[in-house]
Design a protein around this ligand. Structure first.
Ligand code: GDP
Length: 581
């Protein structure tokens, strides 16, 4: 419903609704559509109970998932080309392999030649087609997965025969495995005299990637991207793997798929490369892509040729979207432009709410958990130091950690500068979700306050070794948070009573600080601790209370301790995570 409809329904002014929406990061006007979840959040914040029921004609429905699931079971589905991503360590020849496959299998002189790069291309071989995603490396792959998109059917892991398995090779394997994507290994650079394909097989089998010829399930193909050797074998193996996995889709329906790349062209407006995953995309179709939509004004294939339609596994570049979608966004075709617009707006609202949650600042102690949950793969650092000499040394040492640490997390330095930690450093940390590291420098008052408000993790060191050690520990999951007991207050037992239940409660007088219901109590009797545990009841007169301040009396019962005596002193404390210094 629209904001004004919502206002009417819950008997609130539109202004109040807009204010509530702003609190959750949504800038809306009265005519803007909000989806159920957003409306419910607002209504609840204003004291209403909400309950989702299906209303008649509830439109539009975001049915991408259901359409995608239908696909496998569709009796009208037909074989489609496999979509392939190439991964591997830097310099092992991913780009060269992509280029060689492309130029070998695309007749030169075709429209646009082979210069066009739209993020994906198709080749023909043995009378069949294969689609290659053109951004090598697993960053694009993982970024897409993070958005819930699975564009890849088969992963090709490139390993240079002279270099063998490297950290990024392992990382790529982990990503491929976790996505359950079939894997083919291309042992590259076999033209080199120093090539040792058997060593690659050995190393990979040690990481669990067992060659077929050794009884495993992973096809290995020896190639030279440079000398164009073995490329045809590789394509043939890829088609075999495609057949085994029965890649199918029904071309006779409205298209769905995923955004591969998108950008703005200064003269043509938003341009997006879409990979059609099922159905057929037609010129003039109305598509919703991520949180934008539009009618396709022009469509080009990977060779820059104008096309009118694109079937399953085909990449096309389209013009006509209102805004630039993000790589990894799903797209789907809608008949009605108005419905498409509403759906795009809904998705935009949902995305804002989600991005608010995602944008929680990173803490060093939580980094590894976040990596494990797939929420982040990067530790971003803003580095401030007292002098240029130590700044350079620390920056280099930090970046070196990327080569030695193989836990799926990379470190990047967003800013390295000398001088004290300023408010603008904190702001930068906040927008880039970085942590701030100070070496022999401290924040000024404004920066300290800003960091506390924004929840930015600011760490200080005076010894380079400590700094590196702790960052390393965070990246490998070995950095546990440090907790410290913080005293809330002290109180004294003035009297004791036995309840009918046999529990003993004490009449207390708060000497200092306060007692908080959630505190732990540490009972001290003539200087020794006789009990430590939780609070069972805290009352002022007959009422349960959450806090009692110094100078007041209260009744206190402890969890599992009935031996309070007059004169006992009790320390109340809670545990707090402290920043390491
Ligand atoms: P990427 O970082 O994995 O994309 O690697 P590139 O494709 O940029 O290749 C890195 C270097 O290895 C380049 O200098 C290539 O020319 C070279 N290279 C790639 N494939 C081969 C090959 O099969 N044999 C030889 N000798 N060199 C290759």
């Amino acid at each position: 419903m629209s904001v004004s409809e919502l206002a009417e329904k819950i008997e609130t002014s539109g202004i109040d609704i807009i204010r509530e929406l702003m609190k959750i990061g949504i800038m809306a006007n009265l005519n803007q559509q909000v989806d159920y979840n957003t409306a419910a959040k607002v209504a609840e914040a204003l004291g209403w109970e909400t309950n989702e029921a299906l209303a008649e004609g509830r439109q539009p429905e975001d049915n991408f998932e259901s359409r995608r699931l239908e696909n496998d079971a569709d009796p009208d589905s037909r074989q489609r080309p496999p979509v392939i991503t190439i991964m591997g360590h830097v310099d092992h020849g991913k780009t060269k392999l992509l280029d060689s496959i492309r130029s070998e299998n695309v007749a030169e002189g075709e429209a646009g030649g082979i210069t066009q790069h739209i993020g994906a291309y198709q080749v023909d071989t043995h009378g069949r087609k294969l689609t290659f995603l053109d951004t090598p490396g697993h960053e694009a792959f993982t970024a897409m997965r993070a958005r819930g998109a699975q564009a890849t059917d088969i992963a090709v892991l490139v390993v240079a025969a002279d270099d063998g398995v490297m950290p990024t090779t392992r990382e790529a394997i982990a990503h491929i495995r976790s996505a359950s994507v079939p894997l083919v290994v291309a042992v590259n650079k076999i033209d080199l005299p120093s090539a040792n394909p058997d060593r690659v097989k050995q190393q990979l089998s040690e990481t669990g990637v067992m060659p077929e010829e050794w009884g495993g399930d992973v096809p290995f193909v020896e190639v030279s991207a440079k000398e164009r050797m073995g490329l045809d074998d590789l394509l043939e193996v890829l088609l075999l793997v495609a057949d085994v996995n029965e890649l199918r889709a029904n071309p006779d329906k409205p298209a769905t798929g995923v955004v591969i790349e998108a950008r703005v062209d200064s003269s043509r407006g938003p341009i997006a490369t879409l990979l059609v995953q099922s159905g057929t995309l037609n010129l003039r179709d109305v598509v919703v892509a991520g949180s934008t939509y539009g009618r396709i004004k022009a469509m080009f294939d990977d060779r820059g040729k104008r096309v009118r339609r694109a079937g399953p596994s085909t990449p096309v570049e389209i013009l006509g979207l209102m805004e630039v979608p993000q790589a990894g966004d799903s797209f789907l075709v809608y008949e009605d432009e108005k419905v498409a617009r509403q759906l795009a707006e809904q998705r935009m609202a949902t995305r804002r709410v989600e991005s608010l949650n995602e944008n929680r600042p990173v803490k060093l102690t939580e980094l590894y958990d976040q990596v494990k949950e797939g929420k982040t793969a990067e530790l971003r650092v803003i580095l401030k130091a007292d002098v240029q000499g130590s700044l350079g040394a620390i920056q280099n040492a930090l970046l070196k950690l990327n080569e030695t640490i193989d836990e799926g997390v990379t470190l990047s330095v967003q800013l390295a500068a000398t001088g004290m930690i300023s408010e603008s450093d904190i702001n930068l940390a906040s927008t880039t979700r970085s942590i701030v590291i100070g070496f022999n420098v401290r924040p000024d008052v404004a920066a300290k306050r800003a960091a506390d408000t924004a929840g930015i993790d600011v760490r200080f060191y005076t010894i380079i070794y400590d700094l590196l050690d702790e960052v390393k520990a965070a990246m490998t999951g070995l950095l546990a948070p440090i907790f410290e007991d913080v005293t809330d207050g002290y109180a004294e037992v003035r009297d004791t009573f036995k309840l009918p239940s046999n529990d003993v409660v004490a009449g207390m007088y708060v000497l200092d600080g306060k007692i908080v219901r959630s505190s732990r109590a540490r009972v001290l009797r003539s200087g020794t601790v006789v009990f430590e545990g939780g609070i069972k009841s805290l009352k002022r007169f007959k009422d349960d209370v959450r806090e009692v301040a110094a100078g007041y009396e209260c009744g206190l019962g402890l969890d599992g301790f009935n031996d309070l005596q007059v004169g006992d002193q009790i320390e109340f404390l809670h545990r707090e995570e402290v920043a390491r210094t």
